[in-house]
Design a protein around this ligand. Structure first.
Ligand SMILES: Cc1ncc(C[n+]2csc(CCOP(=O)(O)OP(=O)(O)O)c2C)c(N)n1
Ligand code: SF4
Length: 283
């Protein structure tokens, strides 16, 4: 039986108290609860503090370019749709640099699980504003405060009819573990926006700031009601909801591709003679 030690990777180099530690711990506990072994999943990341996440785990990993997490995750999943594919990204990586990929991964409904470490700042490059930084926030690069409005990733995902949209908080590990499990068990593209305090560069959205505001979504809330989901997505002031905000059962991309209907692409051995005659046509 799988246990926490089975996932032990390199020693994290994150700052002491960083919200990423809570995410790492909740993730490992979720995998143990689900009985998923390290060889049964692949984690893909880009660049950033969140991008280091797979280094601190023992499993299949791919650490690629900044913002390009989802195209790689999509490719892995299409090559082997029996493999659980998890993508991790920072808010800059996923909502800024890779925003276009996010839109199309949601639209295609590839069965990939995306966990965004949303610290509302660029952590690795020492504190520039990200798309989720709050308007007016002062940084070394924005000494007069951020001029742009804050992106609302939850509302964006709902508008795109994302199959599973949830938010959790790195300071509430039990809640986060439960949401990670739900996201993995859901069939369809899953976006989990995780509020992750950056204790070094974001002095506004601290553990205390979040603890004063976050509340668990009521058990009677109907997560399949799109208009109610938009109302929850709009809450970002003295009350911030955490939990499953929206979900649906759209058909996944993998089921719409006839070439992988009967077996995965990696199991299909190409017939050499056919391959050679196809290639011959090009020279
Ligand atoms: C194409 C490209 N642009 C910019 C950079 C520089 N860069 C590296 S990490 C980073 C920001 C990371 O912020 P975020 O994605 O929010 O992750 P965090 O470090 O906060 O976890 C930037 C701009 C890069 N490596 N590649
Ligand atoms: S800079 Fe921020 S995000 Fe990066 S390790 Fe330190 S606390 Fe975490």
């Amino acid at each position: 039986m799988v246990n926490l030690g089975d996932y032990k990777g390199q020693t994290p180099t994150w700052c002491m108290g960083c919200g990423n530690f809570g995410i790492l711990s909740a993730f490992k506990n979720a995998m143990v609860d689900l009985g998923i072994e390290p060889h049964q999943f692949t984690i893909v990341s880009g660049i950033g503090q969140a991008g280091k996440f797979p280094h601190y785990l023992k499993c299949n990993t791919f650490n690629g370019l900044h913002g390009r997490t989802l195209p790689v995750a999509t490719g892995i999943r299409l090559a082997n749709h029996e493999m659980l594919v998890i993508a991790v990204a920072g808010d800059g990586d996923c909502y800024g640099e890779g925003g276009n990929h996010l839109i199309h991964a949601i639209r295609r409904n590839i069965n990939v699980k995306l966990f965004v470490h949303n610290n509302q700042i660029y952590g690795l490059t020492k504190g520039q504003a990200s798309p989720t930084s709050m308007e007016g926030m002062r940084t070394k690069n924005q000494p007069f405060g951020v001029f742009s409005e804050q992106l609302n990733p939850i509302a964006l995902a709902i508008a795109l009819d994302c199959s599973f949209v949830a938010r959790s908080f790195a300071g509430d590990m039990e809640h986060l573990k439960g949401i990670i499990k739900e996201a993995i068990n859901h069939k369809g593209f899953s976006l989990v926006d995780i509020l992750q305090p950056c204790v070094t560069f974001n002095k506004i959205n601290t553990y205390e700031w979040y603890r004063k505001r976050v509340y668990h979504i009521e058990p009677e809330y109907n997560s399949s009601d799109k208009s109610e989901a938009f109302k929850k997505a709009a809450e970002w002031s003295d009350k911030i909801p955490i939990g499953i905000i929206y979900k649906n059962n759209r058909q996944i991309l993998e089921e719409r591709i006839s070439a992988i209907k009967d077996t995965t692409l990696v199991r299909q051995v190409p017939e050499l003679s056919k391959l050679q005659s196809t290639i011959k046509g090009f020279y």
